[in-house]
Design a protein around this ligand. Structure first.
Ligand code: SAM
Length: 217
C-alpha cells in the first residue's frame, strides 16, 4: 500500500481520450520518509499535484493544436502533466518538471496507461537553482500562482530556464497573484499579453480564467 488512494478517469482533449491515474481526492496525504517535508511541501499542499485542475484541461487543449516545430518545451509545476502528455503524444520535445516527490511516479503510470514511450522528467523547485534543467523555447504551466511567494519565485525560475526568444504560456484561473506575477516578469524584461480562456471546457464544465503570454520585450 502506498499510503494514499487513487482513482482512474478518462480525460478528453481535442476529442482524444487520455486515461489518467490521479489521487482519489484532495484529502490524501502520505510522506512516510519525509521527502515532501524536506522539499518544503506542507501537508495541506501535498495533494495538489495529484488532481487534474481545470486550468490543466485548458492548457492541454491549447497544446493539442499548438505549433511545436523545433521547440524544446518545459512544463512547470506540472502535477499530473496533462498538457505534457498531449505534447508527447504529438511527438514534441517535452520535459516535465515539478517539485513533488510523487509527480514522476504518477507520470510514469500515466504514460504506461496511455501506451506512450517514456518522457523526460526533471525535478524543479522554483525556489532554488536547478542546474541540470537547461533552457527551453516554450515554457508552459497551469494553475501555478496560488501562494503569495510564487509570483517572484516563478518569474526568476522561468527567466533562468528561458532560451533567447522563448515564449511562456501560463493558464491562470484568475487568482489574485496574477498581477504580481506579470509585474515580476516585466521587471525581468518580459512583455505580457492576456486573453480570456473559453468559458466552457471540453467536458462541459464552466471555466473562468485566462492565458498569460510572455516574451522578451
Ligand atoms: C494547483 S497544482 C497544478 C497542477 C497542474 N499544473 C494542473 O493544473 O493540474 C500546483 C502544482 O505546482 C507544483 N508546485 C508548487 N510549488 C512548487 C515549487 N516551488 N516548485 C515546483 N513546483 C511547485 C505543485 O507540486 C503542483 O503540482
Amino acid at each position: 500500500m502506498p499510503g494514499y488512494h487513487v482513482k482512474f478517469e478518462t480525460v478528453t482533449v481535442g476529442g482524444l481520450h487520455y486515461q489518467i491515474r490521479s489521487l482519489l481526492d484532495l484529502q490524501q496525504y502520505a510522506d512516510p520518509h519525509g521527502a515532501a517535508e524536506r522539499a518544503g511541501i506542507s501537508p495541506a499542499s501535498w495533494p495538489l499535484f495529484g488532481h487534474i485542475w481545470p486550468s490543466a484541461r485548458i492548457l492541454a487543449l491549447a497544446m493539442h493544436g499548438f505549433d511545436l516545430t523545433g521547440k524544446r518545451i518545459l512544463e512547470i509545476g506540472a502535477g499530473l502533466a496533462l498538457a505534457s502528455l498531449v505534447i508527447h503524444r504529438r511527438a514534441g520535445d517535452m520535459t516535465v518538471s515539478d517539485w513533488h516527490p510523487l509527480s514522476q511516479t504518477f507520470l510514469e503510470a500515466n504514460l504506461q496507461l496511455n501506451g506512450l514511450a517514456p518522457m523526460k522528467y526533471q525535478p524543479g523547485n522554483w525556489a532554488g537553482d536547478n542546474p541540470g534543467l537547461g533552457e527551453f523555447d516554450l515554457i508552459i504551466g497551469s494553475d501555478v500562482l496560488y501562494e503569495r511567494q510564487q509570483p517572484e519565485q516563478l518569474a526568476r525560475f522561468i527567466d533562468r530556464h528561458a532560451a533567447p526568444e522563448a515564449q511562456i504560456i501560463i493558464v491562470d484561473p484568475d487568482r489574485g497573484n496574477r498581477v504580481g506575477f506579470c509585474k515580476a516578469m516585466a521587471h525581468l524584461g518580459y512583455a505580457c499579453s492576456m486573453r480570456p480562456a473559453g468559458r466552457v471546457m471540453e467536458n462541459g464544465a464552466a471555466y473562468k480564467g485566462r492565458f498569460l503570454n510572455f516574451s522578451e520585450a
